[in-house]
Design a protein around this ligand. Structure first.
Ligand SMILES: Cc1cc2nc3c(=O)[nH]c(=O)nc-3n(C[C@H](O)[C@H](O)[C@H](O)COP(=O)(O)OP(=O)(O)OC[C@H]3O[C@@H](n4cnc5c(N)ncnc54)[C@H](O)[C@@H]3O)c2cc1C
Length: 418
């Protein structure tokens, strides 16, 4: 263990105000896959129990969001409570205190977090997990007319907009989705199944293929699903200008107006900027430079997890910005926090890719495992649902969701029999 960390294990020596604190305080900024899962995984250790440490999780929202299942809200396959449980409920039986507020600034020297509503919290250990947000590029009309798809509010807004469009007398709604990454493809398939002949769905991307970083087998399955659902795919095509009912697209040298009652923007994601008062070392992409143990460079008492962390994968190269990478890293951050508190050696983290799963419409999916096995269709949808249910943040919540699933299954069987 290095001397820098030893210092961080005696934070009260450095600051008399903390000397009065009986228990070390772990402050977690952001309650997504990185932050919430760190808080939950900390419950495994004796040294991080209620009587030994104080853990505070801060998030500006009151609900966690299991983003991989956000599409199922649009098609009513799942209900909001299943994928967006309240932090207070999730953490009710743990040693974690939830604080709904927005982090305004972090003072790394004073080890203090300032919150929007005026409160300041001093910490002994800090976990930064503030994640990513939608990136709007400089396309005229994008902010006014483009709907993003990242948050619960975005999903509610999309449902409302679809409902308004359904009430019109026009027989067909045209929906243009910009960005043929996973969000664009999954949304296109779900909307096609949900709206059927009542909508024409188009997916545009400036790249030369859909789902650029994914495997060929997954890409082929997604292409087949899009074709089967009549989704038009425009590649090497970029949006130039957006108006209320049409979007100007550009393919090569050709510019043309495309009718679009609804424009969905799934092409841009950016990391949330560092909220500290003093600068920290960041990569070109804006990720906070960490050691292999996920400690912030120069600040061993600060751990970084999720999209904002620089993480190496087992195969070499950087880990992707995914929930899968975030919850794996959260497990290691919890373990390393326990090690730091108990004076043990911290371990490095390497991301292990387990595979990819995409929904390809109602009751359909593709699962591409790291073992080279690809499943498609209903079986893949069941496997995806099973894996994601198992990945929900706590056992209590998982059981609640499974109980609900069983009850609605039984109710359906009962209806069929009558
Ligand atoms: C629609 C969609 C589908 C996805 N599907 C998949 C998938 O199938 N598989 C997969 O692996 N990944 C998927 N992802 C990516 C995945 O959601 C992210 O990689 C993951 O959420 C990153 O976790 P995180 O903890 O870094 O950030 P987040 O989960 O984004 O959490 C960050 C949290 O910090 C809070 N926060 C930020 N700033 C502040 C502040 N200043 N004050 C207080 N709180 C703050 C936010 O409210 C948020 O709750 C998907 C993403 C989207 C948008």
């Amino acid at each position: 263990m290095d001397s820098e960390l030893r210092q961080s294990q005696r934070p009260s020596d450095a600051n008399p105000s903390r000397a009065a604190q009986p228990r070390p305080h772990i402050c977690i900024l952001g309650g997504g896959f990185g932050g919430l899962y760190t808080a939950v995984y900390l419950q495994k250790f004796r040294a991080t129990r209620r009587d030994r440490v104080k853990i505070t999780l801060i998030d500006r929202d009151q609900q966690f969001l299991f983003t991989p299942l956000l599409y199922e809200l649009i098609t009513h396959e799942l209900q909001t409570w299943e994928i967006a449980p309240f932090y207070q409920q999730l953490l009710a039986h743990t040693s974690v205190q939830f604080c709904q507020d927005s982090v305004q600034g972090v003072n790394l020297q004073a080890r203090r977090v300032d919150l929007e509503q005026g409160q300041s919290l001093s910490y002994d250990y800090l976990v930064v997990a503030t994640g990513s947000q939608t990136r709007y590029v400089d396309i005229p009309g994008l902010k006014e007319y483009g709907l993003p798809f990242r948050t619960l509010v975005d999903a509610e807004r999309l449902k409302l907009r679809l409902h308004e469009l359904e009430l019109r007398s026009q027989p067909k709604t045209s929906i243009l989705i910009i960005g043929a990454g996973p969000s664009g493809v999954e949304l296109a398939c779900k909307l096609a199944d949900q709206l059927g002949r009542r909508a024409q769905i188009t997916l545009a991307d400036r790249g030369s293929q859909i789902l650029e970083p994914f495997s060929d087998s997954l890409r082929r399955a997604a292409s087949r699903a899009l074709t089967r659902r009549g989704v038009e795919v425009l590649l090497q095509t970029s949006a130039e200008q957006i108006e209320a009912n049409r979007t100007q697209l550009k393919t090569g040298d050709r510019q043309f107006w495309y009718p679009a009652d609804l424009l969905l923007w799934t092409a841009g994601t950016q990391l949330r900027p560092w909220v500290g008062y003093s600068p920290i070392s960041q990569s070109e992409q804006g990720q906070f430079l960490t050691r292999p143990t996920l400690q912030l460079q120069g600040h061993p008492e600060v751990f970084v997890v999720g999209d904002v962390a620089t993480v190496q994968s087992r195969r070499g190269g950087p880990a992707p910005n995914t929930a899968q990478a975030a919850y794996q890293a959260a497990d290691r951050v919890a373990e390393n926090l326990n090690a730091a508190i108990t004076g043990k050696k911290l371990k490095p983290f390497h991301y292990a890719h387990l595979g990819d799963m995409l929904t390809l419409g109602i009751g359909s999916a593709v699962v591409d495992s790291s073992l080279g096995l690809t499943l498609t269709g209903k079986l893949a949808a069941i496997a995806r649902r099973g894996v994601y249910t198992f990945r929900l943040p706590t056992w209590r919540h998982r059981l609640k969701v499974v109980r609900h699933l069983l009850r609605s299954g039984l109710r359906q069987i009962w209806r069929w029999r009558r």
